[in-house]
Design a protein around this ligand. Sequence first.
Ligand code: ARG
Length: 422
Amino acid sequence: MVSAQSFIMVGKYPKRIKMQTNHSDKDKVVLAYSGGLDTSVAIRWLQERYDLDVVAVAINVGQPPSSDDIIARAKKIGAIAAYYIDAQQEFVDDFVFPSLKANAMYQGVYPLSTAIARPLIVKKLVEIAKKEGAKYIAHGCTGKGNDQVRFDVGINTLDPDLKIIAPLREWVMTREDEIEYARQKDIPIRVKKESPFSTDENLWGRSCECGILEDPWQEPPEEAWEWTTSPLEAPDQPEYIEIDFVDGLPVALNGEKMGGVELIKAVHAIACRHGVGRIDHVEDRLVGIKSRETYECPAAVVLTAAHQSMEFLTLPKDLLAFKKDVEKRFSELTYDGLWFGMLMESLQKFIDHTQNQVTGTIRVKLYKGSAKVVGRKSPYSMYDEGLSTYAVGDSFDHNSAVGFIYCWGLPYRTASRAHKKE
Ligand code: ARG
């Protein structure tokens, strides 16, 4: 057995990757490893059922266990190599920020936090598969959700020759069976007190489903919310924050310049304190099922509201209207697992082109569960006080309105007369 610690390039970002490897002649499978029960059991199951060497890959997109811990655990279970990749920066630059520029909300409600992390994880898995010469990729998605589609379609778009194994689609184990299997096989697992919910977390949000949430009539219990303070218990005083945008991206909070990851974490903390970002939605899954899910997306809710307001101030009416359609399509492609494609690439190019004037400052008031934009300013503001004022200093030509209205209403008057005759 060889142990190594090294720095290597994964994609365009240098990553500190700790590796530990054994050598054998078996084919390899790269497993998306979370450290949880399902994927821990999957390591051994892939070895036994498919006779493959397992390379475990854990990817940090926001709320991960520590690297040493997760690598050691994967190795202990039997992985021949284990990677821990801190991909937070890349997640923000290449997935969160493009979504923010698109004001992305699936069905107008869900900021796509889980959905945008999938293509990043896919990209990392494919990179590791290439590096390791693996023919297979495995993931822990079930056969009922959207994530299996995002993984499978994403992986095979990036490399159509890779074969995909989804253990949870194949095996018929219940949670109890998994625990028993782990016990029999001496797989070290930490069985936490069973949560009534299934959750997924990253920098952009937390998804929560199952348990009592499966009854859409039941109000989500307080325990479904893990990040945000209950609005009832949030501070009695509102808090105001200022977010500076340059070319459509947030660059400073309350005047302090910050990198993307840092800024999102800072906004997250403030929004959580004020109970902002709770979402309760019955959504349409790609596989045709309606499902009830709650989301906590504190940073996404605040930053999207702020970004959208920046656009309302700086972009012309027709562009805003057209961009709305593009945003909807962007959100659907993201949700539907079609991130890596020409349409998405082209929509992103369009969106990027719209952002050159989306620069300025937005003031947000956070108070007991709500985040409201209460102030905006920009060097590219299209707001002209002379044109909009009802007070002195009015520069709008009121007489022109009469001629405009004559033409604007002409088809309607004409139709009215013509149809009355009939
Ligand atoms: N419904 C969301 C989506 O498809 C989240 C899925 C993951 N949710 C979970 N609780 N594990 O993007």
